[in-house]
Each structure stands twice: as C-alpha cells, then as structure tokens.
Design a protein around this ligand. Structure first.
Ligand SMILES: Cc1cc2nc3c(=O)[nH]c(=O)nc-3n(C[C@H](O)[C@H](O)[C@H](O)COP(=O)(O)OP(=O)(O)OC[C@H]3O[C@@H](n4cnc5c(N)ncnc54)[C@H](O)[C@@H]3O)c2cc1C
Length: 518
C-alpha cells in the first residue's frame, strides 16, 4: 500500500513528540508519527528540563503538570577530594531588583519517561496517535522528485517532508550517507537510578565529586530516589557490566562516605559518550534532521533533550507556514541556519568541558585535582557570591534562554527600521517574559496613549493585510519612544520598528511570505 502525507515524523522520542505536538496546533496539516517501540521510554535518561523547554511546555499548557511532577533543584555543590570547593545557589539567580527574563527561572528535574508521557498524552487528547511497533526499514531517495519511506508493515509512504527524529543511530542519516563527524570519548560513563539512604545531598541539591579515581555525581529524582553517574577509566563499554555492588563501591570511594547505602536500582547502564553533529540540518528539499539524529554530545549541562525540543519548536511553525500560509520554501532553509549554529557551538562547548573533567592525561588530572579547587574556592565562588550579573549570565547560558538567531539569513533583509535604545532586543533575540499564543506572529506595539496617525495607519495595515497570521497587542507603556516589535510564532523577534514605515515592513515580510495570498 502506498500513502501520501504532508509530513512523516520518524521517531517518537522527546524530539519527535514535541514536533508532533507543535504541528497538531495547525488544523490543516496532515502528518504521521511512527515509532518502532511499543511505548514511551521507561528509563529516566534526560533528567533536566531547562527554562526554555519549560516555556515550550507552557505554550502547550503542559507546564503546570511538568512542574507538579518534577523536582526543583536549588543548589549545586562541587567536592574535590572530600572538600567542598564551590556551592552554587540557584535561588540567588533571581532577585526582586534583577528578575530573570523568563517566567520559569528554575532547574527542574523530571524523568524523560514522564516528559515523553506528557507529550504523548497531549497528542492523544488532540486525537493524534503515535503509530507504534512500526519501524522504518528503508528510505529511497529520488533527489528533487521526493522520497519513499518503507515501513515494517509493508506500507510505503510518499511524504512531502521527512523529519528524522530517530535518535543517535538514525536510519535516515545512514540511508542518506550524511556524515556524523566528531569522536567517541575513550572513557566510559555509568548511570544508575537507585534509592539512597543517607544521601549526602538533599532532594534539592545536586553534587559532583572529583577524585583521583574519577568523577561522580548524585542528582535527586524524587523522594529518596537519586541518579548516580560517574566516569569509569578502564576497559571499554562492551566489557563492563556494573552490578549494584560495584556502584555502591564507586559511591563510597568517590564520596568518601561508607555509610551511604544504595538499593532498588531500576536502571544501571554503562555507555560511551560521543560528540558529533551533521553538517546540514536540511538535506535536499525534503529531509530535516532533528535532536539526537543531528547532534549528540556528553551529558555535561543536561542539554541533549532540551536542544532536540527546541529543534522541533524551531522547525514546526516553519513547516506549517509553508504548507498552509503560502510562506516561501526558503523559510525552511532558516531551520538549518538557526539550529546548526546552536548545535555546533553546544557540541564544542560540552566537548571542552567533558574533556577537562574526564581526561586521564596526567597534566589535566593534576590541574583538575590540585589547582581547580583553589580557583573555584578563592576566585569563582567570591565572584559568584557578589555578582548577580555573572550568576544570571551563567543561568541564561545553561537554561538555553540566551540562544539568539541574530545571524540567521531570515534577518538579511533589514529586520530593523529606525533608531533604538541600545538595550532594546535585536531581531533574532528571544522575546523575554511573555509566552504568546502559538501559531501566530505577534506585533507588540509600544506607544504612548496619543498614538500618531502614522502608528494608527501602520496597525490598520497589518490588521487588514495579515489578520490570518498576525495578532496585535497594543501596550500602553511609559516608554520614551513609539516602537513595535514583531514576535515569531516560536517567540523570537522577527522585526522591530520605530518609524512605522509600511513599505519597509512589507518589503521585509514579503521576502518570506507571498503576502498577496494570505
Ligand atoms: C544516561 C543519559 C542521560 C541523559 N541526560 C540528559 C539530561 O539530563 N538532559 C538532556 O537534555 N539530555 C540528556 N540525555 C540525552 C537525551 O536522552 C537525548 O538527547 C534525547 O533522548 C534525544 O531525544 P530524541 O527524540 O532526539 O531521540 P531518542 O530519544 O533517541 O528517540 C528516538 C526515537 O526514534 C525511534 N526510532 C529509531 N529508529 C527508528 C526507526 N527506524 N523506525 C521507527 N522508529 C525509530 C526510537 O524508538 C526512539 O523512540 C541523556 C541521555 C542518556 C542516555
């Protein structure tokens, strides 16, 4: 049987599920989501949900459920050879005087299994079923003429777009022969989810331990369940099978506490970490690669799943606008432009951090064990304690709220008109604080009460011409100038103006939108 559809999403991990949830917001898009597994993962895997991902869940009205089921982590402590060298108080990143520019200034721990269940339940509630127990077994590429996707049940799909959300071993990437350049680290890592009595950390803290035998971490999951992680320096992945007793021994040695007992391990796994990414997130006209299919890196900073969720968020509205709102195909090229740079920089940063914390090279080990604790205790800690700006900078980097797309080609055609104060966010920056209704562009008009005729004419023009895709928000704010900021459906700034020049706006917008037909 051969079927056609607008979009096929291969893989219902967090990335594929987020893409499906976002596409489901657009009623006229026909898509299918296929996964070879019978259900969502049962493993806790990605534990950290960062602020930017919480904003995405807020757009789907899932954030309250996520916050209710997760654990808020308030502090991170770093121990070197038994002594605490640094404590980062995460509650200090926000103060009344200097609030953070997100509604969710938290580090939330939520098991990946729960995140996936939340997203899949959302799909069910909106009448969409993940097609499970079906594997994609082949992809036939016909160049510009399209592609065929062969399923394990014999069905052949001829979709307009193929979204590969099929994880690190992506069949799409393999069939298209796309290079996944990078390397595999020689050190093995272990992960174990267990009950811990007398945990050295509370349920609101995460702890890292650096010893000559390796690095370990203890992170709260919920109640007395904790995630234990660590490096293992000998052998390779295939040779190592850790038992609960092995994990217990590692915990005793690395925490230097023999009174900690672990039990009821629900998951113990030993794996090698990699850092790799593809070089094109859009291949030909039809293929998009997202999430682990496009980039993988070490677990430093808990960024993997969060990055996949944002890939999906970035692509979904562009696909929807091309399919239903006469947007130009080149809008889809900006998916690569914007997300490739994020992935490339993330893979490089996490590589540097992971290489430093895990390298067995004697000089790096010496520096890590004997110099780093002093740098942290006597330099970093005092600066962190006194500098709210530094605390907020670090939080924004970690939480992915600092990501900008300023250099995206979408802004090549003059997305700024007029003079702005230097603190005004730029096109490509995330619009802070507000979570707008999904699917629409939002024009936020900052104007004094007595709007000039020019502003009124501009607003009337946008209302008349773009009513199907743009919502207008007229804010009566005590600002020094009249200005307007256009926000994309994914919450990033598309355009800003202080001169309300209709021709300029039209020239910019028509680069991506064939506006006569809107
Ligand atoms: C131990 C561990 C800890 C981690 N901790 C964190 C963390 O704290 N924070 C973080 O952000 N990330 C973390 N990660 C990474 C995170 O789990 C991944 O980045 C995330 O799962 C990627 O999601 P994905 O949807 O892109 O891919 P996956 O989760 O791998 O999903 C791919 C899906 O595609 C399906 N599939 C594959 N091939 C086919 C096929 N041929 N046909 C049909 N279906 C197919 C699979 O069944 C699967 O459901 C961790 C990972 C591990 C292993």
């Amino acid at each position: 049987m051969t079927s056609s559809t607008d979009i096929v999403i291969i893989g219902a991990g967090p990335t594929g599920l987020m893409l499906a949830c976002q596409l489901s917001l657009y009623p006229n898009i026909v898509f299918r989501i296929i996964d070879r597994n019978a259900g969502c993962t049962t493993q806790s895997r990605a534990l950290v949900i960062h602020a930017r991902s919480l904003e995405l869940l807020a757009q789907l009205k899932l954030v309250d459920k996520a916050l209710a089921q997760g654990t808020f982590v308030d502090a991170m402590k770093g121990y070197f050879q038994g002594k605490c060298a640094i404590k980062v108080d995460l509650t200090q990143v926000r103060t009344k005087q200097q609030p953070l520019n997100t509604r969710y200034p938290y580090v939330l721990f939520l098991e990946q299994s729960t995140t996936e269940q939340l997203l899949e339940s959302y799909l069910h509630e909106h009448g969409i079923q993940v097609e499970r127990n079906i594997e994609v077994i082949d992809i036939k590429d016909f160049g510009d003429a399209g592609a065929e996707v062969t399923l394990s049940n014999g069905e052949i799909l001829r979709p307009r777009y193929i979204c590969a959300c099929d994880g690190a071993r992506s069949i799409v990437r393999h069939k298209l022969n796309l290079s996944f350049s990078g390397r595999t680290y020689s050190e093995s890592l272990f992960v174990a989810d267990c009950e811990v009595d007398r945990s050295p950390c509370s349920t609101k803290e995460m702890m890292l331990f650096c010893e000559s035998t390796g690095l370990s971490g203890i992170f709260p999951i919920r109640d007395n369940r904790f995630r234990l992680i660590g490096t293992i320096h000998e052998g390779n992945q295939d040779d190592i099978h850790l038992s609960i007793n092995d994990v217990q021994k590692i915990v005793h040695t690395r925490t230097r506490r023999s009174d900690i007992n672990i039990s009821n391990c629900s998951w113990i796994s030993v794996y090698h970490s990699h850092h790799r990414h593809i070089t094109t997130f859009r291949y030909r006209k039809h293929y998009f690669l997202l999430g682990d299919a496009a980039h993988i890196h070490s677990p430093v900073g808990g960024q993997g799943m969060n990055t996949g969720l944002q890939d999906a968020h970035n692509l979904a509205w562009k696909l929807a606008y091309v399919l239903t709102h006469s947007a130009h195909d080149r809008l889809l090229d900006t998916y690569h432009d914007e997300r490739f740079k994020v992935a490339e920089s993330l893979v490089n940063t996490t590589d540097r951090a992971f290489s430093f914390i895990s390298s067995p090279y004697w000089l790096t080990r010496f520096f890590r064990l004997y110099i780093t604790p002093y740098i942290l205790r006597f330099l970093v800690q005092p600066i962190l304690n006194s500098s709210q700006t530094l605390r907020q900078y670090l939080f924004r980097r970690l939480s992915q709220t600092a990501i900008t797309y300023r250099s995206s080609k979408i802004y090549d055609y003059g997305a700024s008109a007029g003079q702005f104060h230097r603190t005004t966010p730029l096109p490509g920056d995330r619009f802070p604080y507000v979570i707008f209704e999904p699917c629409y562009y939002h024009f936020v008009i900052f104007a004094n009460q007595q709007q000039s005729t020019k502003v009124k004419l501009f607003i009337d023009f946008v209302k008349e011409k773009y009513s199907k895709i743009v919502r207008i928000h007229e804010e009566d704010l005590p600002v020094q100038f009249e200005g307007a900021i256009l926000v994309r459906p994914d919450g990033y700034i598309a355009y800003r103006t202080t001169i309300f020049d209709i021709n300029h706006f039209q020239a910019y917008f028509s680069q991506y939108f064939l506006f006569e037909s809107i």
